[in-house]
Ligand binder design. Structure first.
Ligand SMILES: [Zn+2]
Length: 233
């Protein structure tokens, strides 16, 4: 644009005036049709030309993400589309714009707007942003579900470990006529590494223990009378 050649005032016939559907060639300054992508005089490709087909495609498929706004240099509106994409409103607005663009001539579109970059590149970026958006929405739904599910699994393990331990103590009592304070006496199989059992005391009358779940940050004090309490856990 800053090249002296492109200044229309220095080039061409000064008496010539531009009509509404015309423009100056960016290279030689000659008056050419506003829809011309290549100057018929000097053969220079005109920058910033709106490709109507590309505009229609990105408005229809990626308008919800504001792709057509970025293509036509209306970045602020594009950002608004991106921000409110999830409401579906930008997609509706884009559909209306699609109809407007479809019924507007290429000349008129090029008078109104200037392409600010490659439609293909903008489409790829919008698609990428759309995919990230989708992934974020899915994660927002899936992660809390997963945490809830895992929490339930932890609770189930905790309860089962408590029951196994108490059953093992009762079995030991039946065989030895006393409870044990040594966990290895109980031969607990499949013990979860997340659950820690600490036998505080044990004799021929009763036992006392503390059972802790590392991930639940939960700790329960139990003794030989705790059977009913565990059922409620
Ligand atoms: Zn030219």
């Amino acid at each position: 644009m800053n090249q002296p050649d492109s200044n229309p005032n220095n080039q061409g016939d000064p008496k010539q005036t531009r009509k509404l559907d015309e423009k100056y060639c960016q290279s030689c300054g000659a008056i050419i049709r506003s829809s011309a992508e290549v100057c018929p005089g000097c053969g220079a490709r005109q920058k910033g030309m709106i490709n109507k087909t590309a505009l229609l495609l990105i408005t229809f498929f990626l308008g919800g993400l504001g792709a057509h706004k970025f293509y036509t240099g209306r970045n602020l509106q594009g950002i608004l589309h991106l921000l409110f994409f999830w409401t579906g409103i930008p997609a509706l607005v884009s559909l209306v714009e699609f109809i407007i663009y479809a019924s507007t001539s290429s000349e008129r579109l090029n008078e109104k707007y200037q392409a600010k970059g490659s439609a293909l590149l903008i489409a790829c970026i919008a698609l990428g942003v759309g995919l990230i958006y989708m992934a974020a929405i899915l994660a927002a739904i899936a992660i809390p579900q997963f945490i809830k599910y895992r929490e339930r699994a932890y609770h189930a393990v905790f309860k089962s470990e408590l029951q196994n331990f108490m059953t093992a103590e009762e079995l030991y009592f039946l065989q030895n006529n006393k409870y044990t304070s040594d966990l290895s006496d109980l031969e607990l199989t499949h013990k979860s590494p997340l659950v820690e059992i600490d036998i505080i005391s044990a004799d021929k009358n009763c036992f006392e223990a503390r059972v802790t779940h590392a991930k639940l940050h939960k700790s329960v004090a139990i003794d030989c009378h705790s059977v009913d309490q565990i059922q409620d856990e």
